[in-house]
Design a protein around this ligand. Structure first.
Ligand code: UTP
Length: 290
């Protein structure tokens, strides 16, 4: 079955990047000229996803405004002959069928995904974390959807990380099946380095079967008192097995100040209008840096 629906959890409080997120949702912080959430929706659309549910919370109404039509702005752009900008504003509001639901309390990523149950129904669906930007020629979630089509099992996106950093993520057991593809029999959320099952960390993308909802319903709060998606996926590994895909590209966590800066640099350098001038600027700055 082809994956047509995606869920983007974006209800978190973003406490690691305060004060930027005091009044602006983390997912609305911009990288060069687009908010983070737009990069993520564009990735899903590039992978053939047609219906997207964004999980929001209080104070996140600007997320909805961003993908809505803006008649006053469009009229102004039309009147002043700014046709490219006008086309772009319309494209943003027509990219996909975008729906929203609020997570009343931020009880964790697993709980956020559970809020998508009636939207998803009885079909496989993609999950893209609202604060994980992946810069890649191929949409990362498309690589996962292709693995789902082949293996008909839940798929997690992974990349290798330093063992000293593994305790920030979930770690998976990884038995090689094909190029960059592994069978996963077990996983653990935020392990100590000596508990890691492999260097491969669960990073921001997965494709899940609808059976995950019954599992999430029964998943008790885990690390940090939150309902962890990794804990539910662990049960899925034990019952149905899962697949891991080492996706291509550079992944940035928008919940981390240094990674926000690095993402801005990579996307700035890749920007068709600004890249060349920005590269010159960076070279000069690098000479001044110690
Ligand atoms: P994070 O744990 O990185 O986000 O969750 P956070 O809670 O905003 O982080 P802190 O406060 O800086 O530690 C990953 C993704 O899951 C969403 C977040 O919005 C983020 O996109 N999330 C997390 C929810 O939607 N609901 C939750 O209860 C927790």
């Amino acid at each position: 079955m082809r994956v047509k629906k995606a869920v983007i959890p974006a209800a978190g409080l973003g406490t690691r990047v305060l004060p930027a997120t005091k009044a602006v949702p983390k997912e609305m912080l911009h990288l060069v000229d687009k908010p983070v959430i737009q990069y993520i929706v564009e990735e899903a659309v590039a992978a053939g996803i047609t219906d997207i549910l964004i999980i929001t919370s209080r104070g996140k109404a600007t997320l909805e405004d961003h993908f809505d039509r803006s008649p006053e702005l469009e009229a102004r752009l039309a009147a002043s002959g700014k046709t490219d900008a006008l086309k772009e504003m319309r494209r943003i509001s027509e990219m996909a069928n975008i729906h929203y639901v609020r997570q009343g309390e931020t009880k964790g990523l697993g709980h956020a995904v559970l809020c998508a149950r009636s939207f998803v129904g009885n079909e496989p669906f993609a999950v893209l974390y609202g604060d994980g930007v992946i810069v890649s020629e191929r949409p990362a979630i498309g690589e996962l959807c292709a693995a789902f089509a082949t293996y008909q099992k839940g798929v997690v996106g992974v990349q290798p990380v330093e063992l000293s950093a593994i305790s920030r993520y979930g770690s998976v057991s990884a038995r090689p099946l094909a190029d960059r593809i592994f069978a996963v029999d077990d996983m653990i959320e935020k392990p100590r380095p000596e508990e890691a099952l492999s260097p491969y960390a669960v990073l921001d993308r997965c494709v899940l079967p609808p059976s995950i909802f019954d599992i999430l319903d029964r998943t008790p709060p885990g690390v940090g008192g939150e309902i962890q998606l990794t804990d539910a996926m662990r049960v899925l590994c034990h019952t149905e097995g899962m697949i891991a895909v080492h996706y291509e590209g550079d992944r940035y966590d928008m919940g981390n100040k240094l990674e926000m800066l690095k993402a801005s640099v990579e996307l700035g350098l890749r920007h068709p209008e600004l890249g060349a001038e920005f590269a010159l600027y960076l070279k000069n700055m690098a000479k001044k840096a110690r």
